[in-house]
Ligand binder design. Sequence first.
Ligand code: BGC
Length: 269
Amino acid sequence: MTEPRTLPARTAIGIDIGGTGIKGAVVDLGTGELLSDRRKVATPDGAKPADILEATDRMLDGLREEFGALPVGVCFPAIVKGGRTLSAANISDDWIGLPAEAMFEERLQVPIHFVNDADAAGHAEVRFGAARGRSGVVLLTTLGTGIGSALLHNGVLVPNTELGHLEIDGQGAEKGAAYSAKERESLSWEQWAERLQRYYSHLELLFSPDLFIVGGGVSKNYADFLPLLHLQTEIVPAVHRNNAGILGAADLAAAGHGLGKHAAPVAGA
Ligand code: BGC
C-alpha cells in the first residue's frame, strides 16, 4: 500500500454538487491551488440523495488513497442550515429537511461541511478572488440555471440569502434573469441585460452594496453584458468560475468543522 503524500498545512477536498455534474478536487488552502486534477461525474437522473452520495463516493475513489482522510466541503444548490438541506430549487425534493452532512459523514467517514453553492463561491472570492481585502458590503450573484447569492460584510458571510428568489414583476427573479432564461428564450445580450438591469437595480436599492461580483459560467463572457448595465455600484466578474464552489467549500470545511457537530444545542446553554 502506498503512503498518502505529504500535504500543505491546510488541505481539504471541495465538492460542488449541481443539477448536471458533481465536481471535486483537493485544494491547498494556503494558496487556493488545486493539488489534484478536477474530477467530474454526471449528476444521476432525478438528483436523489442516495444516488448523489453513491456518485460522490465513486468520484472520491483514488483521491483518498493518494491524499489520506481529509475534511470534505460540499457545496449544494439549496438552503443549508445546521448540516441539513432545507430547499430544492433545481434538484429532487427528497433533499428538503435531509440531514445531509450526517448522511455523508456516515458513508464517507470523514468530517463533512455542507454549504450553499453561492455562499461557497462568495467565500472563495473573499479568500482568493475579487472580494479579497474588500471592506463593506459585497454581493456576489451566480448566473446559471438559477441565480445564487452570497452577501458578505467585511469578508464575513451572511448565509442563505437566496436573492435569486426575490420577486420581481410577479415572479421569482431567477425565472426571468438567470442565464438559463437567456438560453431558453434565445435572448440577445442586450435583451438579457435589460432583465439584469432591473434585477441589479433592485438589489442596489435594497442593499446599497460596495461591490457586485458576478459569477457562474457565463461570467467568462462578462464583456458582452456587464458594460450594458448602468449601476452606481462597481460590478466585476468573479475571479473563480468553475472552481469557486470547490475552493469555498474546501476552505469552510478546513475551518474546523468536524464529526459530532450535529448534536442539538443544549437548552439554556
Ligand atoms: C437556489 C439557491 C442556489 C442557486 C444557484 C437557486 O435556485 O435556490 O440555493 O444557490 O439556485 O445554484
